[in-house]
Design a protein around this ligand. Structure first.
Ligand SMILES: Cc1cc2nc3c(=O)[nH]c(=O)nc-3n(C[C@H](O)[C@H](O)[C@H](O)COP(=O)(O)O)c2cc1C
Length: 196
């Protein structure tokens, strides 16, 4: 039986940008990864897009996580640097939440957890999604990317992996988002150079 002190806890934030299937896939990969557990915080915006994009209910997604909190629970564990985590991923990350993280406006538990992740110098992966990107979005991303540990990872498709379905592409993007935490998604094939 695993003990949470022996496992690496990843805080998983989800916001109201398009890309909720990526959240679901990330939670599934973390669930299958030995030695990792997830701590989910969904914004209210994410609940709206979740229904549109996946047809899943909030409870079904929460069931994929090891623990979850409401965004209003500002006194919950992820609000403190003393809470053990391996870092945080925000998937998908809206431009509103990106701006909140950029400015240190830690109004919700999700924003506070990201603020804590930065101050504790832990990995913070932001799957920022909008199109087209305005100068404000690009400035926020550029400045956040300069902070050690922060990675801006928009959900970009790759075609060289020969994924044939949207599910395969979603899996590949999710797998890459989780690499900074040392998770090897079992169905992801790393590039080993062009074959003969
Ligand atoms: C169907 C739908 C798709 C959306 N897609 C995006 C998006 O891709 N990027 C974005 O920044 N906002 C998007 N939004 C707007 C955000 O949901 C909205 O700005 C929200 O206030 C974000 O709040 P949150 O970051 O607290 O979840 C979308 C909204 C809806 C209803």
């Amino acid at each position: 039986m695993s003990d949470e002190r022996d496992e690496q806890r990843i805080v998983v934030g989800a916001t109201g940008a398009s890309g909720l299937p990526l959240l679901v896939q990330c939670l599934r990969i973390i669930r299958e990864a030995d030695g990792f557990r997830s701590c989910l915080i969904m914004s209210h915006g994410a609940r709206t897009t979740l229904a549109w994009e996946t047809g899943l209910g909030v409870d079904e997604v929460r069931a994929l996580a090891d623990e979850w909190y409401e965004p209003e629970e500002i006194g919950a564990g992820p609000a403190s640097g003393s809470y053990r985590t391996a870092g945080m991923i925000v998937v998908p990350c809206s431009m509103k939440t990106l701006a909140g993280i950029h400015s240190g406006y830690a109004e919700t538990l999700l924003l506070r957890a990201a603020d804590v992740t930065i101050k504790e110098q832990r990995p913070l992966v932001l799957c920022a999604r909008e199109s087209p990107l305005s100068p404000i979005h690009l400035r926020n991303m550029q400045e956040l990317s300069m902070i050690p540990g922060v990675r801006i990872c928009p959900p970009m498709l790759t075609f060289y992996g020969n994924a044939s379905t949207i599910e395969d592409m979603t899996y590949d993007v999710a797998a890459r988002l989780l690499m900074p935490f040392g998770i090897e998604a079992p169905r992801y094939h790393r590039w080993n150079g062009l074959g003969e």
